[in-house]
Design a protein around this ligand. Sequence first.
Ligand code: PAF
Length: 282
Amino acid sequence: MKILRTAAEMTAWSNQENSQGRTICLVPTMGFFHEGHLSLMRMAASLADHVVVSLFVNPMQFGPNEDLEGYPRDFARDCDLVERQGGAVLFAPDHEEMYPEGFQTQVLVRKLTSPLCGRKRPGHFVGVTTVVSKLFHIVKPRIAVFGEKDYQQLAVIRRMTQDLNMDIEIKGHPIVREPDGLAMSSRNSYLSAGERQAALCLYKSIEACREQVRKGKRDSLRLIDGIKIILQSHPAVAIEYVAIVDEITLTDCATVDRHSILALAVKVGKTRLIDNGKLIIE
Ligand code: PAF
């Protein structure tokens, strides 16, 4: 497996491959890989000649009281897992490489970053769009793959690539879940056994809401009240938001239709978890 540490090396490699007509699919990550990341890598491999996995824990997208320092890291294990996926290039720059002395540019997507996670995490999405723009310029992929668990992130990145005429196709990968329904996340490693059990209420409430919709209930406020009752029944769970939004604009839906997404964010103990799902599955 090739590990590249500098932007110059990465771009030189990409220029060489692109000039030979070989396509690159980028999987941007912050490491500590789990099956969700590996599925993104497999999807990427099916879409292009080369897969580039970027691994960079991006300080710009963490707020002052968030878990940047404690964010789980295991570079040796991550390298091993990428190696086993077969043939991917790992781009793993350090902080100075991505944000050298004098760095002062940011990329901001306005409206889509205001609701949901944007309300609780001011500055988060500007950190994401800035680093993803940099990765796109450095890696020069034809396609990039992102997980649908970070649904708002995916919507924001789609908007950014469209607004800035970036010639990159953005693909979403369905949420990868544990057998009991918990959405895979590097942050699950923070959960105690009891918290992990409580965290299942996220998936359970999505399923319960789908069931209500199947029975003909379409009023979002009533459905949200029902979900809150499920989430609040767990003492370890504190709700950050429960919203039913349009899948493209992320604005609230008064009534559920086939474009409606249920989006959830909670704290389980000290760990912030998000999940989402379409309410009408065709
Ligand atoms: O989803 C993530 O892991 C990060 O937000 C991303 C897209 C790699 C940007 O740092």
